[in-house]
Design a protein around this ligand. Structure first.
Ligand code: DX5
Ligand code: ZN
Length: 218
């Protein structure tokens, strides 16, 4: 299982050392939640702060856009050369065009699905995608409760992926911890995002990250 801790639960007063800690603790990517106050009822960080995160990180960034104007934000963050940019399918009229734009920047494109959105919504995009992000909470805040129906959704998505583009990864984001990561691995999930579980773990971020690195059987 690949692990992408979300810095949303980090102490922003000590952002540089919080990013260093997860990188030294063995994370695979650094998950960055970009919220615009429109698509979700919360505001987070822009390119000035994300550039500082990129400078502190020793692994690629995984930028999760939760915004209304995807194209504007892709252009804004692309110069930081993240590993992935994901945008929400619920907010995009021309997903193929945006996927091509992200790829033209040399960045891996990913599409995010809210908890209620059917996996079929991305079926005809899979051949062009490097990853699908399944939300397991309503986007907007860290520290929410895991919605278990994402497990069945991941299983259904995995079947579509095996048929259409086996190299496309499945990422699950929201309420992930050491209790549900095993079920996610069994369902075929490749990568988990974890914010509060990692940053608030009593034994520290390294122990938390290690506890999520379970074997993926599929
Ligand atoms: C929620 C964000 C998540 C969030 C996860 O909108 O997309 O990445 O930070 O936080 P936890 O792991 O605390 O649910
Ligand atoms: Zn996220």
């Amino acid at each position: 299982m690949l692990v992408a801790p979300s810095i949303l639960s980090a102490d922003f007063g000590r952002l540089e050392s919080e990013v260093r800690a997860i990188c030294e603790g063995g994370c695979d990517l650094v998950h960055v939640d970009v919220m615009d106050g429109h698509f979700v009822p919360n505001l987070t960080i822009g390119p000035v702060v994300v550039e500082a995160v990129a400078n502190a990180a020793t692994v690629p960034l995984d930028i999760h856009l939760m915004v209304e104007n995807n194209t504007f934000f892709v252009d804004l963050f692309a110069p930081l050369k993240p590993g992935y940019i994901s945008f929400h399918i619920e907010e995009e009229k021309h997903p193929h065009r945006l996927i091509q734009k992200i790829r033209a920047y040399g960045i891996k494109p990913a599409v995010a699905l809210n908890p209620h959105t059917r996996p079929e919504a991305v079926e005809f995009l899979l051949e062009d995608l490097d990853m699908v992000l399944l939300m397991s909470v309503n986007p907007g805040f860290g520290g929410q409760k895991f919605i278990p129906s994402v497990i069945e959704k991941a299983q259904r998505l995995k079947e579509m992926i095996l048929k259409r583009n086996p190299s496309c990864l499945i990422e699950v984001d929201g309420g992930v911890n050491d209790k549900n990561v095993g079920l996610l691995a069994e369902a075929g999930v490749d990568m988990v995002v974890a914010g509060s579980y990692v940053y608030k773990h009593p034994e520290g971020v390294e122990t938390a990250i290690a506890s999520l690195k379970v074997r993926n059987e599929k």
